[in-house]
Design a protein around this ligand. Structure first.
Ligand SMILES: Cc1cc2nc3c(=O)[nH]c(=O)nc-3n(C[C@H](O)[C@H](O)[C@H](O)COP(=O)(O)O)c2cc1C
Length: 363
């Protein structure tokens, strides 16, 4: 088959997407009190409805899953109502949007959580580094190791959040199993030191992720569920020593489920990328051509097209989409791009959020 162009349509699970450009999930920390999405969030996402698919910012499936200030949730009725305004605006603008379910696990701080809650994780191992809290930067804490019952409750929280996502008008969910958050903490030996059925061998370390995905599939259907992975990525202090074995075990279990898509953050070790291309050959593969996450310049059209030629079906772009609401049109016409301003990435007002101009506005 010949290489598709970035502007060719595709079937992704239940959705028909008009182009191959996916807006990457990006935390912007602008939700209202109680993790309720706001009107300005509806404006921000609907401005970007030209994406083939929008993946929302990381959204906590439970109160304890919140790791940063002012991130939205999907565990209360008020949050569902707030998201409904966002999804209606995106759909009215002709777009499609899935909710990224992000449980941050040990990345977080008790001061961000309701009374008495502490961050949870596979094992009581503190992550190196600090987290942004209302009281300034603070060290991560030693998390509480989940009991088997706690694991079962957490899995059920994901399923409930997936149901709430559909109720809120989302076209599906993406399970965030990348970048050192809870699911990735289970996959990595450095953060998962369990000796029960959830730790030890690569296959045992994949069990939590597979259970989460299976529960969301049971809740809303495989054709509305995607997953994001970042094999070998050390973000948030996770160290994976057996990347090929772990992700081979994971994808061998996920491939038969018929998920809508796999969203891969390009691995630095290209042997891992090759393995994933072959294990996911029958499914829809989205690739974020950004192995260093935010520590390198965003990929341009060339990088995107290189990955399409290698077998990716969709290309996930983050900061370029953040700064260019009409990114697809700009790529199609090789127009110049606005530069993202990192000082307004997290928190704040409309500035650096909904005020990036389109081509028409700049003209
Ligand atoms: C402001 C910002 C917030 C982000 N938040 C998330 C997030 O909530 N979930 C996630 O999976 N990745 C998150 N990322 C990572 C991006 O999805 C993406 O992988 C990264 O920016 C590299 O892609 P790029 O070079 O196209 O920007 C975030 C990145 C940025 C810049």
């Amino acid at each position: 088959m010949s290489t598709p162009s970035l502007f060719d349509p595709l079937t992704v699970g239940r959705l028909q997407v008009p182009n191959r450009v996916v807006m990457a999930p990006m935390t912007r920390s602008r939700a209202g009190l109680g993790g309720v999405p706001t009107e300005v969030m509806a404006t921000y996402y609907s401005q970007r409805a030209g994406a083939g698919l929008i993946v929302s910012e990381g959204t906590q499936p439970s109160a304890v899953g919140q790791g940063y200030p002012s991130t939205p949730g999907l565990h209360t009725d008020e949050q569902v109502a707030g998201w409904r305004v966002v999804t209606d605006a995106v759909h009215a603008a002709g777009g499609r949007i899935v909710a990224q379910l992000m449980h941050t696990g040990r990345i977080g701080h008790p001061s961000l959580l309701p009374d008495g809650l502490v961050p949870v994780a596979p094992s009581a191992v503190r992550a190196a580094g600090q987290v942004f809290t209302p009281g300034g930067m603070q060290d991560h804490v030693v998390p509480q190791a989940l009991t088997e019952q706690g694991i079962a409750e957490t899995v059920a929280d994901y399923a409930a959040a997936a149901r709430r996502a559909v109720e809120a008008g989302f076209d599906g969910v993406e399970v965030h199993a990348a970048n050192g958050y809870l699911p990735h903490q289970f996959l990595a030996g450095s953060s998962n030191q369990r000796t029960d059925g959830y730790g030890g061998s690569p296959a045992a370390r994949t069990r939590f992720v597979v259970e989460v995905v299976q529960a969301t599939v049971d809740a809303i259907g495989a054709d509305r569920v995607g997953i994001r992975i970042s094999p070998g990525n050390t973000f948030n202090d996770v160290v994976e020593e057996d990347v090929l074995e772990t992700y081979t075990a994971l994808l061998e279990q996920l491939a038969p489920l018929g998920l809508a898509y796999l969203n891969l953050i390009e691995a630095r070790d290209d042997a891992v990328n090759e393995r994933i291309l072959s294990l996911w050959a029958d499914g829809v593969l989205a690739v974020n051509p950004s192995p260093l996450v935010q520590l390198q310049a965003p990929a341009g059209k060339d990088g995107a097209e290189r990955w399409l030629a290698r077998g990716a079906d969709l290309i996930t772009l983050g900061r370029t989409f953040l700064a260019n609401p009409d990114l697809v049109e700009r790529l199609a016409t090789d127009a110049p791009l606005n530069e993202p301003d990192s000082s307004t990435f997290y928190g704040g007002t409309e500035q650096g959020y909904t005020d990036y101009p389109t081509l028409a506005q700049s003209a």
